[in-house]
Design a protein around this ligand. Structure first.
Ligand code: 4NP
Length: 145
């Protein structure tokens, strides 16, 4: 079990905030001591709260992510975090291009290494539902190991 985990997506407003919120909840339930954070490879949404759909779907599952604020990944993050967990292949390439070696896709844990699709680019509640379920499944699998 890693001592610190960083979830990374593109904007840090849709997918990685869900992964952070779910992982913190699972860690709390299992009394695991792990530092957990999230960020984005891009800077467009720095300082913003998660998107409304992510806040809403997390709340429906009893998890409050509304206090999270988007930030962009730094070189220090790559040094500091024991494991970096990215949401899709583009995130993987971008983080590896920054020199990170300790990177894995979230889908590696129980989803055949599939990408978690970016719900920012498809609208509708059902999309977020599916994304939530996939992130929850993989995060639980990740924290089981
Ligand atoms: P996320 O979704 O990577 O899951 O936070 C996105 C949010 C915003 C943008 C792209 C993806 N954007 O291009 O602004």
């Amino acid at each position: 079990m890693p001592k610190s985990l960083l979830f990374v997506c593109l904007g840090n407003i849709c997918r990685s905030p869900l992964a952070e919120g779910i992982a913190k909840e699972v860690a709390r339930e299992r009394a695991l001591t792990i530092e957990i954070d999230s960020c984005g490879t891009g800077s467009w949404h720095v300082g913003e709260a998660p998107c409304e759909d992510s806040i809403r779907i997390a709340k429906r599952h009893g998890i409050d992510i509304s206090m999270q604020r988007a930030r962009q990944i730094t070189a220090e993050d790559i040094e500091h975090f024991e494991r970096i967990v990215v949401l899709d292949e583009k995130n993987l390439q971008d983080v590896q291009a920054m020199g990170a070696k300790n990177v894995v896709k979230l889908g590696f844990y129980g989803a055949d290494n599939a990408d978690v699709p970016d719900p920012y680019f498809f609208s509708g509640y059902e999309g977020f539902d599916k994304v939530y379920d996939m992130i929850e499944h993989c995060v639980k699998e990740l924290l089981r190991r």
